[in-house]
Write a protein that binds this ligand. Structure first.
Ligand SMILES: [Zn+2]
Ligand SMILES: [Zn+2]
Length: 118
């Protein structure tokens, strides 16, 4: 198989990945033994993509149910980021479609902006 071991770039750093590469879960304080196969990947693409950071996490620290279209899941950080981003978009759609909220849109937007991470 071609993907047992390969090199990728993550955050400008070259690392080895693939299910033949032994690793430890990247969640701080977690010592679970995993490998760098796609089954432990946060996001869809090794090295990170628009959904995930490209980190490798054990089954306890990879979460499905975020709503992001990823194969295996997202780590806690990425899931939080994804949900925060998406709820912001959903809010904006609500404002645009709701005549009652029309005048308050900007105020709500600023309020909501304060609880966003970035
Ligand atoms: Zn992540
Ligand atoms: Zn873990």
């Amino acid at each position: 198989m071609g993907n047992a071991r390969y090199e990728i770039y993550r955050n400008g750093q070259k690392i080895e990945a693939g299910y033949d590469v032994k690793a430890v879960c990247e969640q701080p304080d977690c010592k679970a033994q995993i490998d760098r196969g796609l089954a432990y990947l946060c996001g869809n693409e090794p090295g990170g993509d628009e959904y995930g950071c490209g980190g490798y996490f054990c089954a306890n620290h990879l979460y499905l149910g975020s709503g992001a279209p990823v194969a295996e899941g997202l780590c806690a950080n990425c899931m939080h980021r994804w949900q925060t981003d998406n709820s912001a978009e959903a809010w904006e759609e609500d404002w645009n479609e709701s005549p009652q909220l029309g005048g308050m849109g900007e105020e709500l937007r600023q309020l909501h902006g304060q609880c966003r991470l970035r």
